[in-house]
Design a protein around this ligand. Structure first.
Ligand code: SR1
Ligand code: MG
Length: 399
């Protein structure tokens, strides 16, 4: 096994020539490092015409957006590749294709998606992909059903829980979603003008008890192999197409966490729209976001229930009506996790461009405050928000 070393651009070209399985590897001539996420190196490997042919992604032994002072496991690269391979067994049409991975080098080679766009950027620009939310719902239904106890043999499921145990990446989520925003911590980053809002989170005992319960379920509820970080920056879209990428936070956790993260990022865009587009255009775009959220949830539910009706292997879980009652619990979890995503993206370490790219400072603060307050309401009221209609009605009250 080769020892780990960080790839430079020319190493990445050589690596792709050797491992990408292309018919004419010599056509690969240069590389461009394009990683703009928080964690990894990402190289586009280009041919002589400057066209990107394949992607080489390598985990760094530390958190890229912070630096070497925050070391981080390289095993996340194995988990990411294996999660994506597992997800593509059940939903190849919406999972990025992995053509090679190497745990020791913490590298994987994946298909080039240059003809797609990062969904978050498109949402910010106001470019609408009519099928995207349904396709994301379908991805979540397929991957989460097939890796759950509804479908997996209980012995296989238990082995998979071990194989996908991802303690360091889970700890990032445990800290960034559930702890830091509700305490004073050096990782938190927010405008000084939001201090009163942040302090009110730290002083809200009822809110912190609800967040504790969500964290406890994140720590213990091994329901399915989650993507673990399915925000709109982890999703590529093109006309009629959608692919999930970046699954290094994959682990067996509560299904509602993936659903809540996906919905939460649509809601972050909803909160940012008045600052991104101006007040008049925001109203229509916000209605579209609510439609997107409804379509995502409905596609997930319909997909999951259809799979449960046809393919549930466990005799007890196949009891008529059980899958529907299970999805009611998933829904309540999802509403709560969605609230934590809204709050942590304003006061925590990792922000989103849907809010931070708003150039007018007063408007940016107003949009950030609306995300905090919407998040707080969702966490507190999750148990009383029974369905998608109740959710959209509540959100409209906060607009
Ligand atoms: C230190 S990693 C910060 C955030 O980036 C990732 O995309 C996850 O969302 C994580 O919480
Ligand atoms: Mg990521």
């Amino acid at each position: 096994m080769p020892a780990y070393r960080t790839l430079a651009a020319n190493d990445a070209v050589e690596y792709a020539r050797r491992h990408a399985g292309l018919e004419n590897p010599a056509t690969l001539v240069s590389a461009e490092e394009v990683g703009d996420g928080n964690l990894n190196l990402v190289f586009k490997i280009l041919d002589a015409a400057g066209i990107s042919r394949i992607i080489v992604k390598q985990a760094l032994p530390y958190v890229r957006c912070v630096g070497e002072s925050w070391p981080l496991t390289l095993d996340r690269a194995r988990i990411e590749a294996e999660t994506l391979l597992e997800h593509s067994r059940f939903c190849p049409q919406h999972t990025v294709k992995i053509v090679h991975h190497d745990a020791a080098m913490a590298v994987m080679i994946q298909e080039d998606l240059s003809d797609h766009h990062i969904w978050r950027r498109e949402l910010i620009k106001g470019v609408h992909y009519p099928q995207a939310s349904r396709q994301l719902g379908e991805y979540l239904a397929q991957t989460l059903f097939h890796t759950s106890d509804f479908f997996q043999h209980p012995h296989e499921k238990k082995s998979a829980v071990v194989r996908f145990t991802n303690p360091e990446m889970c700890q990032i989520t445990e800290d960034l979603f559930f702890s830091d925003p509700y305490r004073i911590h050096e990782r938190n980053a927010y405008d000084a003008a939001l201090e009163t809002d942040a302090a009110s989170l730290r002083l809200d005992s009822e809110l912190k008890r609800k967040v504790a319960a969500l964290k406890h379920r994140f720590l213990t509820k091994a329901e399915a192999l989650l993507h673990g970080d399915i925000h709109s920056g982890s999703v590529f879209v093109a006309e009629g197409r959608l692919k999930a990428i970046d699954a290094e936070f994959g682990y067996y956790g509560p299904i509602g966490f993936d659903i809540g993260t996906a919905i939460g990022n649509l809601l972050l865009n909803y909160c940012g729209l008045p600052g991104l587009t101006g007040l008049r255009a925001a109203a229509a775009a916000r209605e579209q976001r609510l439609t997107d959220i409804r379509e995502l949830w409905q596609a997930f539910c319909e997909g999951f229930l259809a799979l449960a009706a046809q393919k549930t292997r466990d005799e007890s879980l196949a009891e008529p009506g059980y899958a529907s009652s299970f999805l009611r619990e998933v829904w309540q979890d999802a509403v709560g996790y969605c609230g934590t995503e809204l709050i942590r993206r304003v006061v925590g370490l990792a922000h989103v461009a849907d809010l931070d790219s708003i150039s007018n400072a007063a408007m940016r603060l107003q949009c950030q405050r609306s995300a905090i307050e919407l998040g707080r309401m969702l966490i507190l009221a999750a148990g009383r928000i029974d369905d998608i209609g109740a959710l959209t009605a509540r959100i409209r009250q906060y607009s």
